[in-house]
Design a protein around this ligand. Structure first.
Ligand code: GCW
Length: 674
């Protein structure tokens, strides 16, 4: 991935780096410091082909690394002041008196600073006059693995798990360590290592049957400043110890969790806490006992509080046994309806994890109205790096632009500027803890992500949530340089491929925000009515007159009412609604004219013909890069594009034929519709 180093061939740059890194000192004895040291050593070996010479003596060194307590005496007053103003993960990378300093407020900051320095080396920056002052925008920067003990990964598109194999935790943990390196290099500081759907055997992860081995994994991550979390089964007291109930208000149940948590912390003193999917898609939860989600989360929170542990409680709670005939129930409403009334009831160490959209990681959705709507409840927004509904790492879909739109969305919850970015950074409401979590996209494939270019989404996720002000293009270019080297043509071509890919994917799949239309179960490839008469609450309501879901206040499900003004009106009033979300909010005739001047039906035809052609262009672009990279990576991506083209064609023709048959309206340009 992006930590494979290439020899720096630009003479001048190479000479500069060699001279900067003549005599390096790193202070401290923490495992995190050893990681930082190891990372720098590898990078220097890889890029400059020399072994770093370390010194013990700060005076003699020309490159000084350490936390503020270790090296304060050697800093200038203004540098100390810079650090005082930063959080514990903050750091400075600065040149002063002909020396380079990487100083963190803590060892974590040191590690991040070293990663930053390495990144600059990889993109061949001039490092002679550094004035870097950095800290992450978000406190929680989490990755969720959906890995199962049998070695499968739920919604995994990159092979099997790197954590588990055939019902056991893997013995050889080398790849786990590499994964920790990748994650920390982009600033991730928390990981949950098992699927939120906690099956029978995984329920026992919190028992002595597994805790010793889980501790070994936790140690690997904590040496990279990443805290380990476990997904738990809400019914654990029953499943593990035969209690007759898992009622969160029951005394014995509470006591059971307290003892359980104490046992976990004996093994793993820096254990992060629990991730919980409860009362969601048939997982057990407090509803069984007529309790609510605050009751459920708080019981766990009480047990974790003495250890500074957290409860990450997911809000993906909706009726998955809906009757398609029932037009009043709207899945999009569910998270807000369930959780908003509970604001103020959650303990301080509970964070609600809310998917970015109200449905489920579709190619286009509005932002979940629950985000920011609970001033007294810590929140995390949840993204999906795994491309479940966005091409499954067969089709190219660079998701950073999508996540940026989410982060930039202004909820207006406390006036203008109440963006999701500021909300989850804890700057709008006084959240004690908050941030961002995402479902990982890696597996044991040699290239980690199936599609080599899908690595950009994992990289970009980390970089974006560290610093949401970075542009999609900056992130893409950084990643390309680090991964494929600095050749201009490679950076430019792959850059423009990545940046156009989300729009392209959207062009040939479900139109105008309506979502779904995928093959049920696997969620890849078109099946327009696949979910239309199902119980999942995911409908498009196409008939011979028109298409879309009426979510307005007056005639629809009233979902638009969950937004603050002006968003409420913008979405609720047909003429105001942005084109790309039109069918999410309104049911309109096929001849309805969009803001872009096209009718809905003509727009469907146009985007679908275009999307397919754009995939052909992507292929051509890629093919033109053959001589500029190694064969393995070239072939991997080439093969993915071959499959993407087949997929895009199927989508194009099924969607166009479907809507032509429904509407009877011909394509203005007489292109082939079957
Ligand atoms: O969309 C659904 C996925 C499930 C997943 C669920 C969730 C882990 O299809 O595979 O289960 O979301 O987020 O809990």
């Amino acid at each position: 991935m992006w930590l494979q180093y290439e020899i720096c061939t630009v003479e001048q740059v190479n000479v500069q780096y060699q001279s900067l890194l003549r005599n390096v000192v790193i202070k401290g004895n923490d495992p995190i410091i050893f990681s930082a040291k190891d990372e720098l050593q590898r990078a220097v070996k890889g890029m400059l082909d020399h072994e770093l010479s370390w010194t013990e003596n700060v005076q003699e060194a020309n490159f000084v690394i350490g936390n503020i307590n270790e090296v304060a005496d050697f800093l200038k007053e203004e540098q100390r002041q810079l650090l005082t103003d930063l959080t514990e993960e903050g750091y400075i990378v600065q040149t002063s008196n002909q020396k380079t300093y990487i100083v963190g407020n803590t060892d974590k900051g040191v590690l991040y600073g070293v990663h930053h320095f390495i990144r600059l080396m990889q993109i061949n920056s001039d490092l002679s006059q550094l004035q870097i002052v950095e800290q992450p925008k978000n406190q929680f920067r989490m990755i969720n693995q959906w890995d199962n003990l049998d070695g499968t990964v739920e919604r995994g598109y990159s092979g099997q798990s790197i954590f588990y194999q055939n019902g056991k935790i893997v013995k050889d943990k080398k790849r786990i360590r590499d994964y920790a390196r990748y994650l920390s290099s982009v600033g991730i500081n928390a990981i949950s290592i098992n699927n939120v759907n906690v099956w029978e055997e995984e329920t026992y992860f919190i028992t002595n049957k597994y805790l010793a081995e889980i501790k070994a994994i936790a140690d690997i991550f904590s040496a990279y400043a990443i805290r380990l979390y476990l997904s738990i089964n809400f019914a654990s007291p029953m499943a593990i110890d035969g209690l007759s109930t898992a009622d969160p208000l029951n005394k014995e149940v509470k006591q059971w969790w307290k003892e359980k948590v104490a046992e976990i912390y004996e093994y793993i003193p820096d254990f992060g806490g629990f991730v919980v999917k409860a009362d969601s898609e048939h997982r057990p939860g407090p509803f069984t006992y007529n309790r609510d989600h605050a009751d459920g989360a708080n019981m766990l929170a009480e047990a974790l509080e003495p250890y500074d542990g957290k409860v990450v409680w997911r809000c993906f709670v909706y009726n998955c046994l809906q009757d398609w005939r029932d037009r009043a129930t709207d899945r999009a409403r569910a998270a807000y309806d369930h959780f908003k009334p509970l604001d103020g009831r959650f303990h301080e160490n509970v964070l609600l994890q809310i998917k970015n959209g109200p449905m489920d990681f579709q190619v286009r959705e509005p932002v979940s109205p629950l985000l920011g709507a609970m001033p007294q409840t810590n929140q995390l927004v949840e993204f999906q790096v795994a491309q479940e509904y966005t091409g499954q790492q067969i089709d190219l879909c660079y998701l950073i632009p999508q996540w940026k739109q989410v982060l930039d969305f202004d909820t207006h919850i406390k006036g203008t500027g109440s963006t999701i970015s500021e909300i989850v950074a804890g700057n709008i409401h006084a959240y004690k803890y908050s941030g961002i979590a995402a479902v990982s996209n890696i597996g044991d494939d040699e290239n980690w992500t199936g599609h080599t270019l899908a690595q950009a989404n994992l990289y970009g996720y980390g970089r974006l949530i560290w610093d949401p002000s970075l542009s999609s293009q900056e992130i893409a270019e950084e990643w390309i340089s680090q991964t494929f080297g600095n050749q201009k043509e490679v950076v430019e071509k792959i850059g423009s491929m990545l940046l156009s890919s989300w729009t392209i994917y959207e062009n040939y799949t479900a139109p105008l925000g309506v979502g779904w239309m995928v093959t049920p179960g696997i969620h890849y490839g078109p099946n327009i009515d696949g979910y239309e008469y199902s119980r999942w609450g995911t409908y498009h309501f196409a008939d011979r007159e028109g298409i879309g879901v009426d979510r307005t206040i007056e005639t629809g499900t009233g979902y638009t009412d969950q937004y603050e003004e002006p968003n409420r009106s913008i979405y609720n009033i047909l003429s105001e609604c942005p084109d790309e979300l039109l069918l999410f909010f309104h049911h309109v005739p096929y001849k309805y004219t969009l803001k872009n001047g096209e009718t809905v039906i003509q727009h469907i035809y146009n985007t679908h013909f275009k999307g397919y052609e754009q995939v052909e262009d992507l292929m051509d672009s890629w093919n033109s890069l053959e001589s500029l990279m190694d064969n393995d990576r070239f072939k991997n991506v080439q093969d993915r594009f071959r499959r993407q083209k087949i997929n895009a064609k199927e989508w194009r023709d099924q969607i166009n034929s479907y809507f032509y048959r429904k509407s009877g309206i011909a394509d203005q340009y007489n292109r082939t519709i079957y």
